[in-house]
Design a protein around this ligand. Structure first.
Ligand code: PMP
Length: 329
């Protein structure tokens, strides 16, 4: 009976690390590309790790108790994770969904019984002038103080993954050690994208404490696939943001270039082509940020100096959440 689990919380983490042998051959790459398949988490993404850790930490510190309402601002995956764990622990979940989130994410949140808030619920009507920001969607970064005020008024608790230390700590506790063990400590290069930057911050902290020479490459959305005032409906890489070339005043706690050594901009079309090569070579259907990160891993892996090296690429979720998006349409 030792193999029987009794809660979805026990299913978080211990995800597979798969060498993309056929993809490497297909692409003529002589480095080892090791994909951390985070879609194997119970609600289907890497954010289950942060969601569970933030929930348990808030509960342990007495900030929430069953019956309370939790609020989060999310591109989807963190909200889906929180919603899943909240069901079993007896919390209500209200979500501010960021613009550009795929239809599938919205439907999943609704299926989990989440209440989707619109910004007007918290703010009333603001003018574009009041909320505009030059480089990303207007609602996002100006809102934390407003969401805190809203939660205070309503008696809700804002988890705020963007600056909640339990977010990167989840990767120090679980993802980092899993990677270290699976590779016997032989990771040369780590490639990932960043949304809150929790994954990158946590992994760099753990892995560099073991190997200070580890090289970290941040793949970030190319300017062509970022929502701006001029291009509000552009196809985006869901869940991720740029950290390089962004004014210091706009960087947040963990979304910073500091923990990486290099940045590679990835276009939507590059992610899309990589997604289809991955399907054809390995039979793996991965999400947009996974394929964008894999594109960057391929760029790095094709360099002569990286022949034979182990390149870990973080694949945050599967392609099932993107069937209606530009990735697979
Ligand atoms: N990829 C996807 C699909 C995501 O939803 C997220 C989180 N928004 C990330 C990558 C980035 O994760 P993190 O917040 O840990 O930087």
């Amino acid at each position: 009976m030792a193999e029987i689990v009794h809660s979805i919380e026990e299913l978080v983490g211990r995800t597979p690390l798969m060498e993309l042998v056929r993809f490497q051959t297909f692409e003529g790459i002589h480095a080892h590309i090791l994909a951390k398949l985070e879609c194997f988490n119970p609600s289907g993404s890497i954010k289950d790790r942060a969601a569970l850790n933030m929930l348990l930490t808030a509960e342990a510190s007495g900030n929430i108790k069953p019956g309370d309402t939790i609020v989060e601002q999310t591109s989807g995956n963190t909200g889906i994770g929180i919603a899943a764990f909240a069901c079993a622990r007896g919390y209500n979940v209200n979500i501010f969904l960021e613009r550009g989130a795929s239809v599938e994410r919205r439907l999943l949140l609704e299926a989990y019984g989440v209440k989707l808030l619109t910004y007007k619920d918290a703010l009333g009507i603001r003018t574009a002038q009041e909320s505009a920001s030059g480089w990303q969607e207007p609602e996002r970064e100006a809102l934390h103080s407003e969401i805190y005020s809203y939660c205070e008024r309503e008696g809700y608790y804002f988890l705020n993954q963007a600056c909640n230390e339990a977010n990167p700590a989840a990767h120090v506790k679980t993802t980092g050690p899993e990677l270290w063990e699976a590779t016997d400590g032989r990771i040369d290069i780590l490639v990932c994208m960043a949304g809150t930057g929790g994954t990158g911050t946590g992994l760099s902290s753990f892995l560099r404490s073991r190997n200070p020479d580890l090289k970290i490459v941040l793949a970030q959305p190319h300017p062509d696939c970022r929502i701006t005032k001029e291009h509000p409906n552009v196809d985006i890489i869901d869940g991720v943001l740029p950290a390089y070339g962004v004014p210091e005043s706009e960087l947040s706690s963990f979304l910073r270039p500091d923990w990486s050594d290099e940045c590679i901009d990835v276009r939507m079309e590059e992610a899309r082509q990589t997604a289809h090569k991955l399907i054809r070579s390995e039979g793996l259907l991965m999400g947009t940020s996974s394929c964008a990160a894999l594109y960057a891993a391929e760029v790095v892996g094709a360099r002569a100096e990286n022949e034979g090296k182990n390149i870990v690429v973080i694949m945050p979720d599967s392609g099932l959440k993107y069937l209606t998006t530009a990735l697979y349409r």
